[in-house]
Ligand binder design. Structure first.
Ligand code: GLC
Length: 568
């Protein structure tokens, strides 16, 4: 038993109910004062995470990297970037995390490596058709002199997904595939060396003590044979993210995950995986979490659902159904380092328009006060649902997206690669405010030699961990309270729910034993259940106890004679 009462060897696997905190390491806490977050900073803040009440942390890539995509361009799979610390510090961090009764997941980036990785350097130095090139996806170009890319695929950050290289003889040569930046060449997962290298990598970190991996771009590893065009002449574009797409969510990818599951299960304290898979709907997602594949997968449909009871209920119900069919616990996620923070998403009208990227909504009027109320209600909704949940650093402080970062500080590769038309993801990656009244708000030590790598808005002074810890109705106090209640309440975490029909504009459900949740999106105030006590509320209730709009409430429902389950 760990010091805080968490039992590391409980009978129900911990990950079925886990609340996992995403640490975007560059922006979490800076120990050495260079304006960039690091392992030393993270270690100094571990007590904060234990006290918050999460079960585990997921650390975004900390491996050596030229940082062309925030570390998702890995040049050494088995090391730590100097900006973040040393392997010895990583080892100590893992031990400290475990001592606090928490677990730690790392980020595994199997779709691509950095172009500075020795493998890619070797591929550049080797001729077409060589084994060194066969680890990546090199192809001859189209056109008489090979001057056209091999197909019409585009990079996720804009522009073509192919870059032409100069051969060892100095002449223009083949093209290589990169679904992200040109600095991230895609690996060929039909190559056995690639498979062995990642198995070795997982074992290395598992032996260092990590409890699992988040799998980056889990839906992208396998490309259709022959690399067919996305848009064959005369037919409609292939539907996005389905089995018929030439590089997203192909059925052949699952065989890889079956082998990884066997690898993870071989450890006495089995290790776990969570898939980052942007796929088309919950049935496709559930395929990644079949019993012999990955353990859990991020539920991005929930993240993308508007603040509206119909899409929310539809998404929740479809997620539960699809996961139940394969016996896996669903997860719920409101934001991450790639998406607009939920305060800013919910501040926009729920009009069905896209909300994932800042560029989708930057020009639309925002009601941030409403966004904050809704984000708090969404947090209680998320933490009441069956399964596990993810919290992205700063979400527990109610931070909004920083939408007005000056052009010259933007670092997201999408900004450059789109020819300055897409502002990208920096607005959700601004360093965390810990304390004090002005930047760097305790992110860096007082002796820091550089400001935070992205500027923090001065008005974050009221949203620091220090300020919110002192306030009874802060978002941090709400998260701490909800996580404490969730841990103690037998109905919460893994399990099922039963919907209760209430008026349009609101959702309500019960979970056994004795728990009910009401989320009022916009309806007239909703009556609480009979014989129920408020456990926690995301905002003030009406004087008569009814739940107003933009508010969620958890209730402890007392059993009533003759009723085996709490009813309304
Ligand atoms: C994932 C990461 C994202 C990164 C991309 C390429 O989507 O979350 O930050 O840019 O993969 O590795």
């Amino acid at each position: 038993m760990a010091p805080n009462g968490r039992n590391l060897s409980a009978v129900t696997p911990w990950w079925r109910s886990a609340v996992i905190y995403e640490v975007y390491i560059r922006s979490f806490a800076d120990g050495d004062g260079d304006g960039v977050g690091d392992i030393a900073g993270l270690r100094s803040r571990l007590p904060y995470l234990a006290d918050l009440g999460v079960d585990a942390l997921w650390i975004t890539p900390w491996y050596p990297s030229p940082m062309r995509d925030g570390g998702y361009d890995v040049s050494d799979l088995l090391g730590i970037d100097r900006a973040f610390g040393t392997l010895e510090e990583a080892r100590e961090l893992i031990a400290e995390v475990h001592h606090l009764g928490l677990r730690v997941l790392l980020d595994l980036v199997p779709n691509h490596l950095s172009d500075r990785h020795p493998w890619f350097q070797a591929a550049l130095a080797a001729p077409a058709g060589s084994p060194a090139r066969a680890r990546f996806i090199f192809r001859d170009g189209r056109g008489p002199a090979g001057e056209e890319p091999p197909n019409d695929w585009t990079s996720n950050f804009g522009g073509p997904a192919w870059t032409r290289v100069t051969g060892p003889d100095g002449r223009l040569d083949q093209w290589y595939l990169h679904l992200f930046t040109p600095a991230q060449p895609d690996l060929d997962w039909t190559n056995s060396e690639v498979r062995e290298e990642f198995a070795r990598t997982m074992r290395f970190w598992f032996e260092l003590g990590v409890d699992g991996f988040r799998i980056d771009v889990a839906h992208g590893l396998i490309k259709a044979e022959g690399l067919p065009d996305l848009q064959p002449v005369g037919s409609a574009p292939a539907p996005d993210h389905t089995a018929s797409h030439p590089h997203w969510d192909r059925d052949e990818v699952h065989e890889i995950y079956r082998s990884w599951r066997a690898l993870a299960d071989a450890y006495a304290d089995p290790r776990i995986f969570v898939a980052e898979a942007w796929v088309n709907g919950p049935e496709r997602l559930a395929r990644y979490v079949r019993p012999d594949e990955l353990h859990t997968a991020f539920n991005f449909d929930f993240l993308l659902a508007h603040w509206h009871p119909s899409p929310m209920r539809r998404t929740i119900a479809a997620t539960l159904r699809a996961h139940e069919a394969v016996g896996a616990p669903p997860t719920w996620v409101l934001s991450n380092h790639d998406t607009v923070r939920e305060v800013s998403r919910y501040a926009r009208p729920a009009d069905g328009r896209p909300v994932r990227r800042l560029d989708d909504l930057i020009a639309r009027p925002a009601d941030l006060a409403a966004g904050r109320r809704r984000a708090r209600a969404a947090a209680l909704l998320m933490l009441a649902l069956p399964g596990g949940a993810y919290i992205y650093q700063g979400e527990e402080l109610g931070l909004a997206e920083v939408e007005d970062l000056p052009d010259e500080v933007l670092r997201d590769p999408g900004w450059e690669q789109s020819g300055h038309t897409r502002r990208g993801r920096d607005g959700c990656r601004v360093p965390i405010p810990w304390s004090g009244l002005e930047p760097p708000f305790g992110f860096s030590p007082p002796s820091a030699s550089a400001p935070p790598w992205l500027p923090q808005p001065p008005d974050w002074r009221s949203q620091t961990v220090e300020a919110e810890s002192a306030e009874e109705d802060s978002t941090l106090t709400l998260y701490r309270g909800a996580l404490r209640l969730r841990r103690a309440h037998p109905a919460l975490g893994d399990g099922t729910l039963r919907w209760i029909e209430v008026q349009a504009g609101a959702l309500a459900f019960v979970r056994e034993p004795g728990f009910a949740c009401i989320v009022n999106f916009w309806s007239e105030p909703v009556e609480p259940p009979a014989e129920a006590d408020v456990m926690i509320a995301s905002g003030p209730l009406q004087d008569d106890g009814r739940v107003p709009a933009d508010t969620a409430v958890w209730f402890a429902v007392r059993p009533r004679p003759g009723l085996s389950s709490p009813g309304w």
